[in-house]
Ligand binder design. Structure first.
Ligand SMILES: Nc1ncnc2c1ncn2[C@@H]1O[C@H](COP(=O)(O)OP(=O)(O)OP(=O)(O)O)[C@@H](O)[C@H]1O
Ligand SMILES: [Mg+2]
Length: 237
């Protein structure tokens, strides 16, 4: 298995965000993690990229136990995290923001190759490369955040709500690019979404988190779109 999360628990003081959650991701998949506000979705990604510690449980990536690994070593091993709310640097240019995504890459030529590749996926970032991050539109900022996370040539990309706050046309565009990156660059994608409709259209499989526990596991993401519970809870039906 490519990524295996075994009985993971995450707490913030007295708040239990995840309780004994197990899931896995196979190489090459796009897997969605759905759930309402506060369900524990971001905590899952934060635990995988080691921004927050696991209280118990294990995280295995590509055969290596990364449960206690340093965050920068997790990046070196091939996991990139595009966090919730974009978190780009407003005072740095687009180019500088992208270069920061490559802080684990030692070879300057590899950085240039990656940069050109990202500019082909996101031409708007090339046009705006000298502009300060804070002056980009919301959609452009989201593209920058995704582009930056690709600068380390990840094998696994963790995306925390890439569609948040974007107009429908831009949401489609972002998901198209995510699919292309998955297919052409062979990047496995673990995707958090509140926009269940969009996520399930593009994902191979899906998990649903409810109050820190997995409530649904689906091998066919599209079928979940017909699930009455999902429709009630996440599709406003
Ligand atoms: N740093 C923190 N300190 C204390 N509690 C936290 C912290 N981060 C998250 N929590 C709590 O943990 C729970 C899970 O939060 P998490 O951010 O993982 O949810 P989420 O599913 O990503 O929600 P959203 O869809 O709103 O982003 C929530 O109850 C939240 O209040
Ligand atoms: Mg979140």
């Amino acid at each position: 298995m490519f990524l295996e999360v075994k009985e993971l628990s995450v707490s913030y003081g007295a708040v239990d965000a995840l309780e004994n959650v197990s899931l896995h991701i196979n190489e090459g998949e796009i897997v969605a993690l759905l759930g309402a506000n506060g369900a524990g979705k971001s905590s899952m990604l934060d635990a995988i990229s080691r921004i927050v510690p696991a209280k118990s449980g294990r995280i295995i990536f590509n055969g290596a136990d990364i449960t206690k690994e340093k965050p920068e070593n997790v990046v070196r091993k091939g996991i990139a995290h595009c966090p919730e709310g974009r978190k780009i640097f407003f005072d740095l240019t687009v180019l500088e923001n992208l270069q920061l995504g490559a802080y684990t890459v030692k070879d300057p030529d590899a950085v240039l190759v990656n940069l050109e590749k990202i500019f082909t996926y996101f031409p708007v970032l090339k046009d705006r490369r000298k502009q300060k991050g804070g002056t980009l539109s919301g959609g452009e900022q989201q593209m920058l955040a995704v582009g930056r996370s690709l600068m380390s040539s990840p094998k696994l990309l963790l995306l925390d709500e890439p569609s948040l706050g974007l107009a429908p046309k831009l949401i489609d565009q972002i998901f198209e690019i995510i699919r292309k990156i998955n297919f052409l660059e062979k990047v496995t994608v673990f995707l958090i979404e509140q926009n269940a409709n969009e996520a399930l259209l593009h994902a191979d499989r899906a998990y649903v988190l409810e109050n820190g526990r997995i409530s649904i596991i689906s091998d066919n993401a599209e079928e979940l779109l017909k699930n009455p519970h999902i429709i009630r809870a996440y599709l406003g039906g």
